[in-house]
Design a protein around this ligand. Sequence first.
Ligand code: AMP
Length: 302
Amino acid sequence: MSIIVVGSTAFDDIETPKGKKTRVVGGSCIYFSLAASFLAKPKIVSVVGNDFSKQFFSKLNKKNIETSGLIVKNGKTFSWGGKYKSVSEDPETKFTNLNVFENFEPFIPKSYYLANKIIFLANIDPDLQNKVLDTVDSKKFIGMDTMNFWILSKRKSLDKAFNRIDLLTINELELGLITKKNSLDKSLKYIFDKYSLKYLIVKKGSAGSLLATKNELFWIPCYPFADMVDPTGAGDSFAGGLFSYLAKSNSITKKNIIKGMIYGSSIASFTIESFGTDKLFKLSKKELGIRFRYLTKMAKII
Ligand code: AMP
């Protein structure tokens, strides 16, 4: 089964207590698709500039990732700089250069719809997320992510998108920014009263993640022994793991979403053990399976 993912492809400058790296290839759809590639065929819709390495395309293709919708445009690739004061905190954004994303018109190649039931709108300008939603069939299961940058600058467009999707993943701080409520119960009420989405996933870093529906709440732990080096891409990898699990399942049910969240947490625990995507490229199915089974056991109450 394939997953169409629309999102950013980036050069990241990252600083964490474990070190500093510049021009690391990243971006929401890169982390998402690498994480999703173990169980599904990710198909990327994104844009890079002509400063982006052609070799990286082949590295993605070798991982069973389709890149015909990853367009090369004249200009510079999107770039982002982030500094983590501690590995458990959100980063301070140092710069965001949209570059080739400024005039990007997302286009989903026809071939992408083959064996496809899921579309993920990874973190990117919500105007672009809406443009994609204008073109896709409403029977698809649609997931979406966003971040503080867009919540603060394009709230109207985000509100529109939130009413057109099935599942939203955001972190705890972003939830507070959206709802302006100071408690979880008030925030959840705000989301489910205002938007038509069915599932909300709140990422809580080392405290795991929550799945909320209008009437229920579930908690999923995160792998506790990861050797944290660089948290960049943890959220995108979590989503890639989760959505690939759903693409592989016969039906999208609450139970499968919970299992998929455990799978996504297992992958994210590897992403953070190196700068950029290094660990994701090297990760084996066997290593991943060990953490997935460990976390599944941990998530059982008795
Ligand atoms: P996360 O999973 O939240 O750590 O996402 C990290 C990725 O988000 C980095 O590789 C960045 O390139 C990308 N990113 C940062 N800011 C933005 C933005 N405003 N729009 C899209 N992607 C971004």
